[in-house]
Design a protein around this ligand. Structure first.
Ligand code: RIB
Ligand code: CA
Length: 310
């Protein structure tokens, strides 16, 4: 029985890996892709999603673009991490299929209505589309099985000292989603910083002889550059977004804790911080399963094995 998902993403190098894992493993049924503004502008993330599906020969998957800006904040993008295109480091094909004549929330609604069973939303960028969807289609909330998202952190930040990028871009959207009463699985920086790919592992992927693996080798080598800065203390590059799909495929590889998680939206220094009640100090409902550790070697092997299937 495969897990039906919609991927809402802002490709982005690690979003691309999450999409690849979803396409390469039949236990996941990728019903649709929607794109958000985050790593790059809305035009570029949409174009990148289309290029990736063309590269991986999955033009049958419907794609729609979403938010132009966050709900309240002006858009801030991450060209310093992902490059001018949002997917620098590889020659990717131009899209050879059409985007859907729908907005992201219309495609999500259409997809949920068409599915007999509830669908998992996998969110690997800012949560603007999901917040808008919940506000426009509250009647379809019951068709969402769970939301598995990469974002936030406990006591860490990668965009400000206490805030992770996806939540930083749209804190208000994250607050709406985390308080919607939908089962949540969170892949915070605490686990994704342990999900590092090392240079020799990227080199090994470079020996996989197919165009998709060649492209991803280029993407990984580019993505590694930003994370070489000694301030991070990394040995490799943290693969944030694919942790979501890896959890869906192999939850046994992850150490998790259930806890109450909410989002600070008013803090002068902390706006966008995910406040995780690890010690159950608030008595709030434990709304989120938080991924805290993983079997890194198995995770990297999954990526290599998945790339070999193209
Ligand atoms: O902070 C990491 C997250 O921000 C990842 O989803 C990456 O793709 C960027 O969107
Ligand atoms: Ca992302």
């Amino acid at each position: 029985m495969s897990t039906k998902i919609i991927l809402d993403c802002d490709p982005g190098h690690d979003d691309a890996l999450a999409m690849m894992l979803a396409l390469a493993n039949p236990e996941i049924d990728l019903l649709a892709v929607t794109t958000s503004a985050g790593n790059q502008t809305p035009e570029k993330t949409l174009h990148n999603a289309m290029r990736l599906l063309t590269l991986m020969h999955h033009q049958e998957i419907p794609v729609a673009g979403g938010n132009r800006t966050p709900l309240l904040k002006p858009l801030e993008t991450a060209g310093n991490v992902h490059g001018k295109s949002g997917l620098d480091g590889a020659e990717l094909p131009e899209p050879d299929f059409d985007v859907q004549p729908l907005t992201a929330i219309e495609l999500i609604a259409q997809t949920l209505r068409a599915s007999a069973d509830p669908v998992t939303l996998v969110v690997t960028g800012p949560m603007t589309n999901i917040a808008l969807f919940l506000r426009v289609y509250p009647d379809l909330k019951a068709k969402i099985a769970q939301i598995v998202f990469m974002g936030g952190a406990m006591g860490l930040g990668n965009w400000t000292p206490s805030v992770e990028f996806n939540i930083y871009v749209d804190p208000e959207a994250a607050k709406i989603v985390l308080n919607a009463g939908i089962p949540l699985v969170m892949a915070p920086l605490n686990v994704t910083h342990k999900a590092q790919i090392m240079k020799p592992e990227i080199e090994a992927i470079g020996h996989i002889d197919n165009p998709v693996a060649h492209a991803f080798t280029g993407l990984l080598n580019f993505f590694e550059i930003y994370h070489e800065n000694p301030k991070w203390g990394f040995q490799g590059a943290p693969l944030h977004d694919p942790c979501t799909i890896a959890w869906l495929l192999h939850p046994e590889w992850f150490q998790t804790e259930k806890m109450a998680v909410d989002v600070e939206t008013a803090g002068e220094l902390t706006r966008g911080e995910t406040v995780c009640d690890y010690y159950e100090l608030t008595g709030q409902p434990k709304n989120t399963e938080v991924l805290l550790n993983l079997n890194r070697e198995a995770f990297i092997q999954l990526i290599a094995d998945s790339l070999k299937t193209f």
